[in-house]
Design a protein around this ligand. Structure first.
Ligand code: AMP
Length: 429
């Protein structure tokens, strides 16, 4: 199948060919036609499948064919959980829309609102936004959403995980009831299905990869390792393997900082990216990682969400995630768009429950390989990790992500919920 046969306009085909895409990815093949027909779509697709073009291309086509209003009200609204993802989507819209007369911009928290407001004042056809900043501006009367024709909820599962449900509901109230709705999610929990039922109208359901399964192009390995030797092992893997670009996941911000420092001491160019880092630091780290001046990017789950890093060869789980779905998201950063990748998990005995839950979710046993000199003590305790000091320890299966109005940090607290112990707080307001 070619992009030609999907019914896209010449202006879009020209932009696509400029990007170097020759064949639409499966999610694009399945989602573009129904979106062009004006239908609601519920798509199961994770980052790396080409989902962004799957919705931005048909939106650009629909808006460019519609009637042009001189004052340019916002006609398409794309909601995303993180600033990085928002910025990435806008970059794609600009590229794909290069030969069209449509204006787009992005708004997100953590930066001065003034330039964003100035952009909005000029008239914008497509707005990409994180929910917090959108509501802030809406409350200040700086944004009008009553002409929105198309709504996209991208990475809807992550938006719920991050506690954006109430914000989403508030935004729904100010949108016109008659509109086209598109929802993309990597995982489909009960709460996601409930949200979809509340928002979508007889949606066409499309799927890029089977639910909650990992992509075949990714080689997955587990290295059992003594907890205190993880840092040494990851450094050894990078230096001896001569790895040039590696994304490492830690469970906490503190863990990310500590590991980054150790890597730098070992002569590896590394930077941490997490919710405590300012926007400038995050952008700089990401740019360095993309241009090759940084070898390792150490990230927490939320910070990594939405990063567009094509053809990432190595992903390392320095610690296994306690939310099994996060494993799927993490390793989705490698083997992207057809390229092969390797996802390695450093697994210490105290993560036994996490590994079991991940294997249950993905429906397969992950192959284990011992590395001489790093093996854990066979008698080491398999008691789950204590999160923070003096906190109650977890002794059952991980809690499913909370999808009510609490923030994402609740997934990480096993004891009493204390905001000061948040792993990641909502970063986008
Ligand atoms: P996404 O899943 O939207 O984050 O896209 C993942 C990566 O695939 C991005 O770097 C896109 O630029 C790239 N991409 C999207 N569609 C195609 C395509 N049809 N052919 C090749 N690469 C693509």
């Amino acid at each position: 199948m070619s992009f030609n046969s999907l019914g896209l306009s010449d202006a879009l085909l020209k932009a696509i060919s400029k990007k170097g895409y020759t064949t639409p990815s499966p999610i694009q093949q399945k989602s573009i036609p129904p979106i062009l027909e004006g239908k609601d779509v519920l798509a199961s697709a994770q980052t790396g499948t080409g989902k962004t073009a799957g919705f931005t291309l048909p939106i650009l086509q629909i808006l460019s064919q519609g009637k042009h209003l001189s004052h340019r009200p916002i006609r398409a609204l794309i909601l995303t959980p993180t600033r990085e993802l928002a910025a990435q989507i806008l970059a794609n819209i600009k590229e794909y829309g290069e030969f069209l007369d449509l204006r787009s911009t992005v708004i997100f928290g953590g930066v001065n609102q003034k330039p964003q407001v100035a952009q909005l004042r000029q008239g914008i056809d497509i707005l990409v936004a994180t929910p917090g900043r959108l509501i802030d501006l809406q409350n200040q009367g700086l944004i009008t959403l009553n002409k929105v024709e198309i709504l996209v909820l991208d990475e809807a599962d992550r938006m719920l995980d991050m506690g954006f449900l109430r914000d989403i509901e508030r935004i729904m109230k100010v949108l016109p009831t008659k509109r086209q709705n598109l929802m993309f999610s990597a995982t489909f929990s009960k709460d996601i299905k409930k949200l979809a039922m509340g928002i979508l109208n007889h949606p066409v359901q499309v799927e890029a990869t089977p639910e909650n399964t990992t992509v075949d192009a990714i080689t997955q390995k587990v290295y059992p390792v003594a907890k205190e030797k993880k840092t040494e092992l990851v450094i050894k893997l990078i230096t001896e393997g001569n790895w040039k670009q590696i994304l490492v996941f830690t469970r906490t911000k503190q863990g990310a900082n500590k590991l980054t420092e150790s890597m730098i001491s070992a002569g590896i160019q590394a930077a941490a990216i997490h919710g405590n880092k300012g926007q400038g630091a995050r952008t700089k780290a990401l740019a360095g990682f993309k241009n090759g001046s940084l070898t390792a990017l150490v990230a927490t789950d939320i910070a990594a969400r939405g990063l567009d890093i094509p053809l990432l060869p190595h992903v390392v789980n320095f610690e296994l995630p306690n939310i099994p779905e996060d494993y799927v998201h993490r390793i989705g950063r490698t083997g992207r768009a057809g390229a092969n990748g390797e996802a390695i998990s450093l697994f210490s005995p105290d993560e036994t429950v996490f590994l079991r839950d991940i294997e249950k979710l993905i429906g397969m046993k992950l192959p284990k390989e011992n590395i001489k000199g790093f093996e854990p003590d066979p008698n080491a305790s398999t008691e789950p990790i204590k999160q923070g000091q003096g906190r109650q320890q977890r002794n059952s299966t991980p809690r499913k992500p909370k999808t009510d109005t609490t923030n994402r940090s609740s997934n990480y607290s096993f004891g009493p919920r204390r905001p000061s112990q948040n792993n990641e707080r909502r970063p986008n307001r």
